[in-house]
Design a protein around this ligand. Structure first.
Ligand code: B1M
Length: 212
């Protein structure tokens, strides 16, 4: 079996040790970090999601897979963050209130750091008010929100309403992302951009910072 297939397979089994070993092996074999991430770790996690949806696996299996995903990401992280790049702007990032899914948000954070942004990561299950308070406190140019549940998406709308109420909406840009979101939803709630992955988030944030 090819290394990336083995990686996908080990991630699905929630075998953190194998995922770490194969991720290291991939790096040693000079496979691009993006390929290891996209075609190994994320591809494996997508299969986990489908199986979970179809009731072929259960929540503890998903948790184990998430743990294994982190084992791989921990190894890739230093390679994704280029050293010594000056800060080109501050981004406050978090997963919205009620939502504990933070793998995608963390990936986006790593990519933004790698692109030279200072990332203030509020974590997961973040109340709407906290996004606004942090953006004001750190004078952030960007607020980035992640949601993976259809039930938590409305929290994003609340954050945007609060930003308008506190009159900071026009001073910064708000980006949103997460599997259930869409360009259309982002537009409806007044977000400045919908980002489908970390690379796209970096591109959009760079555009916004340049345009200022
Ligand atoms: Co849950 N879960 N989960 N889960 N989980 C989903 C999201 C689900 C789609 C699974 C399914 O049914 N197929 C489903 C949601 C259904 C819905 O709302 N329509 C679901 C459910 C139902 C639940 C629970 C309710 C299950 C239960 O308890 N019965 C529960 C909810 C808990 C809560 O949040 N309150 C729950 C729990 C969990 C775990 C804790 C076990 C675990 C999360 C662990 C963790 O994150 N620390 C988990 C996982 C792992 C998943 C799946 C399998 C994988 C999510 C993931 O990490 N993907 C997921 C199914 C799936 O998405 N395939 C599922 C990999 C990650 C890299 O992708 O997060 O999409 P993603 O991020 C991408 C892009 O979306 C984008 O860039 C990232 C990189 O490419 N992006 C952004 C994301 N955020 C961004 C922000 C940006 C820009 C881009 O700017 C700021």
């Amino acid at each position: 079996m090819e290394l990336l297939d083995q990686l996908k397979d080990s991630l699905q089994k929630g075998d953190s040790e194998q995922v770490s070993r194969l991720t290291r092996q991939g790096i040693d074999e000079k496979i691009e970090v993006k390929i290891i991430l996209d075609d190994g770790l994320i591809a494996g996690m997508n299969i986990v999601g489908t199986k979970f949806k179809e009731h072929m696996i259960f929540l503890p299996d998903v948790l184990l897979a998430a743990k294994a995903m982190y084992a791989g990401m921990d190894i890739l992280k230093p390679l994704m963050i280029k050293e010594g790049i000056p800060t080109i702007g501050k981004v406050v990032i978090g997963t919205v209130h009620g939502d504990l899914h933070d793998i995608g948000k963390n990936l986006v954070g790593i990519m933004l750091k790698g692109a030279g942004f200072e990332v203030i990561d509020l974590g997961r299950d973040v109340p709407a008010e906290k996004f606004i308070e942090a953006a004001v406190e750190f004078e952030a140019k960007i607020i980035g929100m992640s949601a993976l549940l259809t039930t938590t998406m409305p929290v994003m709308k609340r954050v945007i309403e609060l930003a308008k109420e506190k009159e900071i909406y026009d001073r910064l840009k708000i980006i949103v992302g997460g599997a259930p979101l869409s360009e259309e939803y982002a537009r409806q709630i007044g977000a400045h951009a919908y980002c489908y992955d970390g690379v796209n988030a970096v591109d959009r944030v760079k555009e916004f910072v340049k345009a200022k």
